[in-house]
Design a protein around this ligand. Structure first.
Ligand code: COA
Length: 328
């Protein structure tokens, strides 16, 4: 089996910033409440003309530039998203055309906030087994289109953005050392977008009046506790599998859902917060895109250096959760 690693990262955040202070103008909330409960100060909002593939396109171009590659050289594109441009064709198909990735095959993977880790794992298998030589793995979300802007417990949490990596064969001892994926379909109701699928289509005035097309977080508090537990478990699972300890890890790059979830994970793992990469203050929760965006920032700001052990971990709707341990 070939060893597969990340050879370039990139990300893109829409220009428009929506701060907590601006949200105070149309919602019964405050910057103080949102900061205290979530650690989020502002989030990005895509332009009306932008779809998920547009955000992904910029992130992918940046990842390709970092890898020193052209889109024409890419053989596989796997896009993680729960907010594709359209349900058919897949978001990845639109992206493939926009990139001019003429020699690539493309498809979407859906695993909510854990989507990037699932997509990375899927793409890795093809390269490991020699089917393809390289892949673009991208996560792109326009979460602000899924929100009920009168639901103050939910709409304050989310934002838009995209992150991408190029993966290819790397020298032995480097690259993805392990991946652990989990799901529990019985917890599906906790984080739910009920409308738009075969259960509620065709879309009707009735379903829109009932706001079935918006993100529903009735089980938010429930998922908060489960998230802390699953995050910590999946980190410990990766460490045990690779026979390493937290002291060996340079940085944990987690899904950014809520600062308090990450503080809970740090406490459970008994590590200081500086072991966990946090950028939620600037972007909020961008579902599957938070991990590759944070990873790109950690590479660009020098947190991650060649040879470092980096632990990616995520938890999200499905329920889904997973980890990937990488020797950079
Ligand atoms: N602004 C001001 N007040 C708000 C508010 C807002 N945006 N949203 C809720 N409140 C109010 C509630 O109505 C409640 O008022 P009450 O005490 O009068 O009933 C009070 O604040 C406390 O609400 P509570 O739900 O106990 O707050 P919390 O500390 O549990 O935080 C969330 C709420 C939504 C921030 C938190 O549960 C959360 O982040 N959940 C999501 C977890 C998650 O992201 N899971 C997915 C992982 S991918």
């Amino acid at each position: 089996m070939k060893r597969v690693g990340i050879i370039g990262t990139g990300s893109y955040l829409p220009e428009k910033v929506l701060s907590n202070f601006e949200m105070e103008k149309f919602l019964d909330t405050s910057d103080e409440w949102i900061m205290t409960r979530t650690g989020i100060r502002e989030r990005r909002v895509a332009k009306a003309s932008e779809a998920a593939s547009d955000l992904a396109q910029v992130a992918c171009k940046r990842a390709l530039a970092a890898a020193g590659m052209t889109a024409e050289a890419i053989e596989l594109i796997v896009m993680a998203t729960i907010t594709p441009d359209t349900h058919c064709p897949a978001g990845a198909n639109w992206l493939e055309a926009k990139l001019g990735a003429k020699h690539a095959v493309s498809f979407d993977v859906t695993a909510a906030c854990t989507g990037f880790i699932f997509a990375l794992s899927v793409a890795e298998q093809y390269i490991k087994t020699g089917v393809y030589r390289n892949a673009l793995v991208v996560a792109s979300e326009i979460m602000t289109r899924t929100l009920d802007w009168t639901d103050r417990e939910t709409c304050i949490l989310w934002g838009d953005g995209a992150g991408a990596v190029v993966i290819a064969e790397v020298e032995d001892g480097k690259g993805i050392l392990s991946t652990h994926l989990h799901s529990d379909g019985a917890g599906g109701d906790n984080l739910l977008m009920p409308g738009g699928g075969s259960k509620t289509t065709p879309i009707s005035y009735k379903s829109v009046d009932k706001k079935l097309h918006t993100l529903n977080m009735i089980g938010a508090n429930q998922s908060f506790k489960v998230a802390v537990k699953r995050f910590a478990e999946v980190c410990e699972e990766a460490l045990a599998h690779n026979n390493v300890t937290l002291d060996d890890i340079k940085i944990i790059v987690p899904h950014q859902a809520n600062l308090r979830i990450l503080q809970g994970v740090a406490k459970r793992l008994d590590v200081p917060m500086d072991k966990i990469y946090v950028n939620i203050e600037r972007y909020g929760n961008i579902s599957s895109a938070t991990v590759p965006i944070a990873l790109d920032e950690a590479v660009k700001d020098g947190t991650i250096q060649p040879g470092d052990l980096v632990l990616l971990a995520a938890f999200g709707g499905g329920l889904t959760w997973g980890s990937s341990l990488i020797r950079w």
